[in-house]
Design a protein around this ligand. Structure first.
Ligand code: NAD
Ligand code: DAU
Length: 337
């Protein structure tokens, strides 16, 4: 039996990863450590929460005593660190918790993993650490880090710490840097679920700036399969990019969503740009494809149709995760634009 600690496993990608591991890896037991912040919710684990190979622990990755105790309780083959503050707009209005969780929390996990003799530490990072591209080119693993937002700066800080724990202490680490995910159970502050839910209710779709910023979209299950591939087969100390080969401008994505839902383009509302808004992300996935044989499988437009259907069918989930706090956040966020 392989014991794996997944952190942030009640969030969007973490929850999908927990489901993926329980469904595809019969030898894996998952211990899931999550603080249940505004974006973490046990409703994201419906149907697997009581699975016999899943153990949920509510706690903070920055809580040194808890993390050390947890890692000593059983022999872990791996830690997959997904716990993070993940939303760029929130990092612009309050950066502190991003540094606390994404930087200090990662350091606590690294030190405890080394002490407990964990087999491998996988850090789930992001393409945003590379900064922003012009119209040409793609991020490669050797592209220098140039983070622009407090969120991406905190993720880049964590990446440096992970590399330091590998080079200084010999911890077996791997880092993945993935592009924008979409799919089921994504908290509705992120662009795709936000636009789907607003369009369904005939509310304005707030597009930042000129709407021509480009993101490379990947289905969350392609990302999860990539994470497990890197965890099982990646080289120690290595970094792997993961991307969906689906570069689209934000306006293109929003128009497809409206078309799927049969709603008018007049719902699109151009609003003030995000400060420091990165223009374009694009991923060179050559390394993971050549060395580990991973490729994305989802077609973006088909994946988007499935995702719209999922949100249509999960109104109860949405009502559960969207709290009064989120409604206030949304109002403040958009009334200033
Ligand atoms: P999310 O916000 O949906 O989930 C984050 C989870 O972490 C939540 O369950 C939250 O409760 C938990 N968490 C937050 N602070 C914690 C703490 N101090 N201790 C324990 N748990 C804590 O985010 P997501 O989109 O699922 O992202 C997961 C990871 O993937 C993050 O590290 C993010 O940087 C990375 N990533 C995300 C994307 C994307 O497109 N969403 C792309 C590339 C990388
Ligand atoms: O690239 C990977 C990153 O993708 C992850 O590391 C982050 O955790 C994740 O949040 C995501 O960051 P983005 O900032 O790219 O995602 P977001 O969904 O917030 O925005 C996607 C694009 O849509 C971006 O160009 C901003 C724009 N946008 C976003 C929102 C919420 C809008 O135009 N309107 C909106 O209301």
């Amino acid at each position: 039996m392989k014991n794996i600690l997944v952190t942030g496993g009640a969030g969007f990608i973490g929850g999908n990863l927990v489901r993926f591991l329980l469904a595809t890896e019969p030898e894996v037991t998952v211990v899931n450590l999550d603080k249940l912040t505004y974006s973490g919710n046990l409703a994201n684990l419906e149907g697997v929460l009581d699975h016999p190979r899943h153990f949920f622990v509510r706690g903070d990755i920055g809580d040194r005593d808890l993390v050390r105790r947890l890692l000593r309780e059983r022999k872990f083959e791996g830690v997959l660190n997904l716990a993070a503050e993940s939303h760029v707009d929130r990092s612009i209005s309050n950066a502190e918790v991003f540094v606390r969780t994404n930087v200090l929390g990662t350091q606590v996990l690294l030190a405890a993993a080394l002490e407990a003799g964990v087999g491998r530490f996988l850090q789930v990072s992001t393409d945003e650490v590379y900064g922003s591209l012009g119209p040409e080119g793609r991020f490669r693993e050797d592209t220098p880090l140039h983070p622009n937002s407090p969120y991406s700066a905190s993720k880049a800080g964590a990446d440096h710490l992970v590399q330091a724990w590998h080079h200084t202490y010999g911890l077996d680490t791997v880092i993945t840097r993935c592009s924008n995910n979409y799919g089921p159970w994504q908290f509705p502050e992120k662009m795709i679920p936000l636009m789907i839910n607003n369009a369904r209710r005939d509310q304005p779709l707030p597009v930042y700036g000129d709407g021509l910023n480009v993101r490379d979209w990947i289905h969350v299950l392609d990302h999860c399969r990539g994470l497990w591939t890197v965890f099982c087969e990646g080289g120690a100390g290595e970094v792997y990019n993961i991307g969906g080969h689906s570069e689209r401008t934000n306006l293109e994505v929003v128009r497809v969503i409206l078309k799927i839902l049969g709603k008018p383009e007049s719902l699109i509302t151009m609003v003030r740009d995000r400060p420091g808004h990165d223009r374009r992300y694009a991923i060179d996935t050559g390394k993971i494809e050549r060395e580990l044989g991973w490729r994305p499988r989802y077609d973006f437009e088909k994946g988007l149709v499935d995702t719209v259907d999922w949100y249509r069918e999960h109104q109860d989930w949405l009502d559960q995760v969207v709290s009064g706090d989120y409604r206030r956040y949304y109002q403040e966020m958009y009334e200033n634009r």
